[in-house]
Design a protein around this ligand. Structure first.
Ligand SMILES: [Zn+2]
Ligand SMILES: [Zn+2]
Length: 231
């Protein structure tokens, strides 16, 4: 028996067939089935570029805008869940209230998928210095650091406000606030390697495009994609 990290009810973690015969250490389940079901998986009807669920068509309106703004140089984003009320509540508790243990719930939601895809470098979107100081931890790195080997190449300038405090129009007008941290040692092969930028939520795409632009300027030949748990 174990207590669910979200509802605190006791539950029996499921045992999967593969688990019994595998010598590999499995991540223990942290939330009960009831809570897990509150998170809505994205269906297959999705934008081929950013993974947003759509009724029909191949490219969503947001990506069409990015396509014209960037002359076709769009950012392929992997995503798993729809940003619904359950996610909103989880993110408020995690980011605004700074409940560090909830990173384990987020890890549980994306761990299997990240194990399946293969990239050479995993670069988290950084938190601004002010927010990091307030919460005592970097919200994005904290999610992925236990699952992947991170290369924290990006820094965020002080004084740049978080996207969550803005409306859509303001978000899209946000100026570039990222820079490449020259203190981070990288292998020469990053120049032509595959980089996956990691974030929690893809809202307008503005943050991830800025992160991509910054990395592309530093490593013009690298192949860059992004991952967000929600779209
Ligand atoms: Zn629960
Ligand atoms: Zn799209």
């Amino acid at each position: 028996m174990r207590n669910c990290l979200l509802c605190e009810q006791e539950f029996i973690p499921p045992v999967y067939f593969a688990q019994i015969f595998s010598l590999k250490k499995f991540r223990p389940t942290k939330i009960c089935l009831y809570c897990l079901k509150q998170f809505e998986k994205l269906t297959d009807n999705r934008c081929t570029i950013c993974s947003k669920n759509m009724e029909n068509g191949l490219v969503c309106i947001d990506c069409k805008n990015w396509q014209s703004l960037y002359h076709g140089n769009v950012l392929r984003n992997h995503a798993l869940y729809r940003y619904n009320a359950a996610f909103h509540d989880l993110m408020v508790a995690y980011k605004r209230r700074g409940d560090y243990v909830l990173r384990e719930v987020l890890q549980e939601l994306c761990f299997e998928y990240l194990k399946k895809i293969q990239f050479d470098y995993y670069v988290p979107v950084p938190t601004s210095p002010e927010h990091k100081k307030k919460r005592q931890f970097d919200t994005i790195s904290a999610i992925y650091d236990d699952i992947l080997t991170l290369t924290p190449l990006l820094g965020k300038k002080a004084g740049s406000h978080a996207q969550g405090e803005k409306n859509k129009e303001e978000r899209l007008k946000t100026p570039q606030a990222f820079f490449i941290d020259k203190n981070v040692k990288v292998n020469e092969n990053i120049r032509t390697g595959k980089i996956l930028i990691l974030d929690d939520i893809y809202t307008t795409g503005r943050t991830l495009y800025h992160a991509r632009d910054c990395l592309q300027e530093g490593f013009p030949e690298a192949k860059i994609e992004s991952f967000s748990i929600c779209r």
